[in-house]
Design a protein around this ligand. Structure first.
Ligand SMILES: Nc1nc2c(ncn2[C@@H]2O[C@H](COP(=O)(O)OP(=O)(O)OP(=O)(O)O)[C@@H](O)[C@H]2O)c(=O)[nH]1
Ligand SMILES: [Mg+2]
Length: 545
């Protein structure tokens, strides 16, 4: 026998029996609810003074029976009914209201959040008969304030008689609408969320960066939502009311990816994604995703996979489909075939193997470095925040063709080229992976093989994007990472790039602050830069023991 959901304490056995028997009922698919079934649930509901509710599927079969209290019903067990990305859930929720009250805001939110075909409230009159009827369905549109169409009628007989056709049509319309909002060059769409307990201004700037990151991951950002709270919600980060709104917004626009700024705990990711059916990433996950897309060979690939696995391991409590999404294609089998422990052991094994591989790579690099040092060419490394223009500068100075583009983390591997200084002396110029603030430690560690290269440098050219209003903060972030790598003692030349984007006044102001200004794009300031590199190197050599 199917179980009645809800708190059955205090109900007479006869009532329980009648509730259980509801599982055997059916209505004709073209009716939202049959008069007979409506009468039965109103009668029981009135006798026990509690709300009674049913899930009916498209074929008119009762799938679940719920009993609530006098004012509401808690819906559980929805995980069984997965809604497709662009479909309704194929269930309608019919329940009684004891006061003849219209659908509540909660009812409407459930409708949108859970993507029911429809939600129906039947007044159970004093006599235990069906009275007024309120019902609502989703409507295609973009207005998050008003996702539902509500109707009221004075009796059951006024309900539509061709409900199955109606739902078919509605579903097609919604799917059309969702598809239209997806016609953006086939890019996956995402909604970004930022929450702060302090400055909204700072948050907005962080979200600008998050948007850049999302775009670098080839996502289309449909909306950026911010919230300021006294305290972060330990479970959902945002409040549950806000989360409902976010879900409704995503549902309406056919978006299935929610990206939070900052780092979420594994339990937060789980709670938020299980709140409805969205995929949830945090900033780290997004960065990992960019890395994974961009790493094409050798060390880069190993590093990225290592970082992904390390990030995944503590999150392995997540549900199976999430798990397979994270680890799919990394030498793992399909979901459901293996137990959690097996997964964890496999991943640990793989991590060990990758770490060995990285050790080997880093040994080879060291050999190469040593050889170079025998060549006795000084090494000048370009470092800096991602997208500062490092690769563009290397290309310009050495007539190379390293990939440089308007996206974050275009470079994931080191490139070294010979560069002739004005005096005729040769140095090796290196381009490296860009830095970013708040890079999680495991991610940073994974790139140690690449970054180790830096410790052999004789001079660091620290490049900043002067046209980015955040370049001050970026400078600090880079300094911090250099400190973490214990190479902040190396001679350093701080250089502001992209000055072609600044007005002459802005340039003057920076010059007065003693900044070194260049444009890797139009070449201005590069002769001076080469001279400075030369004199810095000479000074460093003089100071060397
Ligand atoms: N206007 C202007 N744009 C520049 C300049 N230098 C670089 N860019 C642009 O900035 C973007 C990023 O340049 P990259 O050279 O890829 O930057 P990067 O520091 O190597 O970035 P990552 O490898 O992603 O860390 C590209 O679109 C460049 O064309 C400059 O001096 N002026
Ligand atoms: Mg680059």
């Amino acid at each position: 026998m199917h179980k009645v959901h809800g708190n059955l304490l205090g109900l007479k056995p006869s009532h329980k029996q009648r509730l259980e028997k509801l599982y055997q009922r059916r209505v004709h698919p073209d009716q939202i609810v049959s008069p007979e079934l409506a009468r039965t649930i109103c009668e029981i509901s009135r006798e026990i003074s509690r709300q009674v509710g049913l899930f009916l599927d498209r074929r008119g079969r009762v799938q679940d029976v719920f009993v609530g209290d006098a004012r509401q019903i808690t819906l559980t067990g929805l995980g069984r009914y997965r809604a497709g990305k662009t479909r309704l859930r194929g269930l309608r929720f019919v329940h009684t209201h004891l006061q003849g009250e219209p659908l509540s805001q909660d009812d409407l939110t459930d409708l949108a959040l859970l993507r029911f075909d429809a939600i129906v409230a039947l007044e159970a009159t004093e006599q235990g008969l069906p009275g007024k009827v309120y019902w609502a369905h989703l409507k295609p549109g973009h207005d998050p304030q008003d996702p539902c169409q509500s109707e009221a009628s004075s009796s059951l007989h006024q309900l539509p008689q061709d409900f199955d056709h109606f739902i078919d049509g509605l579903e097609r319309e919604l799917a059309d609408h969702w598809e239209k909002s997806h016609e953006h060059g086939g890019k996956r769409q995402a909604l970004l969320v930022g929450v702060t307990t302090s400055s909204l201004d700072r948050l907005k700037r962080n979200l600008d960066e998050l948007r850049n990151l999302a775009e670098s991951a080839d996502l289309e950002v449909v909306e950026v939502v911010t919230q300021r709270r006294q305290q972060l919600d330990p479970r959902y980060v945002v409040g549950s009311g806000k989360l409902k709104d976010l879900y409704v917004q995503c549902m309406q626009q056919g978006v299935d990816l929610l990206i939070f700024d900052g780092e979420l705990s594994s339990s937060q990711v789980r709670a938020i994604s299980e709140f409805g059916e969205l995929e949830v990433w945090d900033r780290t996950q997004l960065i990992l995703n960019i890395f994974a897309r961009r790493a094409h060979s050798g060390a880069g690939k190993v590093q990225v996979e290592l970082a992904m696995l390390k990030y995944t391991l503590p999150r392995l409590v997540l549900k199976d489909n999430f798990l397979s999404r994270l680890t799919g294609g990394i030498g793992a089998r399909g979901p459901g075939e293996t137990k959690m422990e097996v997964w964890q052991r496999r991943i640990r094994d793989r991590i060990n193997r990758l770490e060995k591989e990285l050790d080997e790579l880093s040994r080879q690099r060291k050999l190469r470095r040593d050889r170079r040092q025998k060549n006795d060419l000084p090494i000048v490394s370009i470092v800096g925040y991602t997208n500062a223009g490092k690769s563009t500068l290397l290309n310009r100075l050495t007539h190379s063709q390293v990939l440089a583009e308007q996206r974050m983390f275009a470079t994931l591997e080191t490139t070294t080229r010979r560069l002739r200084l004005p005096s005729g002396r040769f140095v090796l110029l290196t381009d490296t992976v860009g830095f970013i603030r708040d890079l999680p430690e495991d991610l940073a560690k994974a790139f140690r093989a690449t970054l180790e290269e830096l410790s052999g440098a004789d001079l660091l050219v620290h490049l900043l994007d002067a046209s980015d209003p955040e370049h001050g903060r970026q400078l600090e972030a880079v300094e911090q990472i250099l400190g973490d790598l214990a190479i902040d003692n190396l001679p350093q030349l701080v250089v502001l790039n992209k000055i072609d984007r600044l007005s002459p006044e802005e340039q003057d102001e920076l010059r007065q602050q003693g900044r070194f200004l260049i444009s890797a794009l139009d070449g201005s300031g590069l002769d001076e830069l080469l001279n400075s590199i030369e004199s810095e190197l000479a000074a460093a050599e003089e100071n060397a023991p």
